[in-house]
Design a protein around this ligand. Structure first.
Ligand SMILES: C[S@@+](CC[C@H](N)C(=O)[O-])C[C@H]1O[C@@H](n2cnc3c(N)ncnc32)[C@H](O)[C@@H]1O
Length: 320
């Protein structure tokens, strides 16, 4: 038992905006909550405290290392009986709840992206700071890995994903360089990809931050269909909330945050008809209210303890 505690401590994931999430979800004893991004169960355990002793949490993660860690952490905190832990995709929220015979939920949380544990010790090649095999699959059983994308995608497609999912201005040069390199040998490891990216961006044009950051983000998003999963989960999650219940989403980059913001505006009934239309034809329908007019960001105190939280933005929506 103590060995895993020591290991967890080495690669601990600090839940971002932990107090704010629990505050905004506005929970009470007996509530049923869906946490689609279980990770190390940092948020989950705080939520359980708010819904105990009779509530239930359904904690889902694609990564079996995460579900294992979360199960141990929840058990260790003494809440084993209140959690269903499931290895699965949060975009399957309907199927997952259906299988558990749960029809409605009182809270919904997504803490997007990846955990410090995955970045640090998973060996899946998420980090451009370590030499690891190119993989980046949250779900080790999924068919497509970062290796397949880097080594099999056509140049145009690579360029498109670096541009669309990484907002990488040097997308075309990096894609062309990958194609050149893989004619010699497959790109197998993260450090090879980092070197290709560095060689593609002229020194004088390198922006702040690591030059590989945007391409690694893009490949991870593509590998795990992250943006599509998010869109599906937002719609299906809203349907499953009881009136008065809330969904809370923490995002870490502008692509995710834009999706959350736009979906919440749509859910709030914003009409998308072109200006000047005499009547609304887009079918806008108000299904609730945006609780956080501006996204909630971590405090200075939190950032001191956890600099990784820097780009986090929490948005919350309440169903009517
Ligand atoms: C930022 S971490 C969550 C950390 C967690 N809130 C905590 O406090 O420990 C995000 C987690 O979401 C998982 N994940 C990413 N996409 C997912 C998906 N589509 N379905 C389920 N889990 C997913 C990742 O494997 C990762 O463990």
């Amino acid at each position: 038992m103590r060995n895993w505690v020591f290991k967890e401590m080495q690669y601990k994931h600090l839940p971002v905006l932990r107090k704010e999430v629990v505050h905004y979800l506005n929970l009470k004893n007996g509530d049923i909550v869906f946490d689609g991004t279980l990770g190390g169960a940092g948020h989950t355990i705080e939520i359980i405290k708010a819904i105990a002793p009779t509530g239930k949490i359904i904690g889902v993660d694609l990564d079996s290392q995460a579900t294992g860690t979360a199960a141990r952490n929840i058990e260790y905190a003494g809440f084993g009986g209140l959690a269903h832990i499931i290895k699965g995709n949060y975009s399957n929220i309907k199927k997952i709840l259906n299988a558990l015979k749960i029809r409605q939920i009182n809270g919904f949380l997504l803490d997007l992206g990846l955990s410090s544990i995955q970045l640090g010790e998973s060996g899946k090649g998420f980090s451009y700071m370590r030499k690891e095999k190119l993989d980046m699959r949250f779900d080790e059983e999924s068919d497509i890995s970062a290796f397949d994308i880097v080594n099999n995608y056509q140049e145009d497609r690579l360029k498109e994903i670096f541009y669309k999912f990484g907002e990488e201005p040097w997308a075309a040069r990096i894609a062309a360089e990958i194609i050149k390199r893989r004619k010699v040998k497959p790109v197998e490891f993260t450090d090879e990809l980092v070197e290709i990216i560095k060689n593609s961006i002229p020194l004088k044009y390198r922006r702040r931050g690591h030059p590989a950051k945007r391409v690694f983000q893009a490949i991870r998003i593509e590998t795990n269909c992250e943006l599509e999963n998010l869109k599906t989960a937002l719609c299906d999650g809203l349907e499953l909330l009881v009136p008065g219940a809330r969904m809370a989403i923490i995002s870490f980059h502008s692509l995710e945050d834009r999706i959350v913001k736009e979906y919440f505006e749509t859910f709030a009934g914003r009409c998308k008809c072109p200006p000047g239309m005499p009547v609304c034809i887009c079918g806008a329908k108000k299904r609730g209210n945006i609780v956080t007019k501006k996204p909630v960001k971590p405090s200075e105190a939190e950032l001191k303890k956890n600099p990784r939280a820097k780009s986090a933005k929490l948005r919350v929506f309440e169903k009517i």
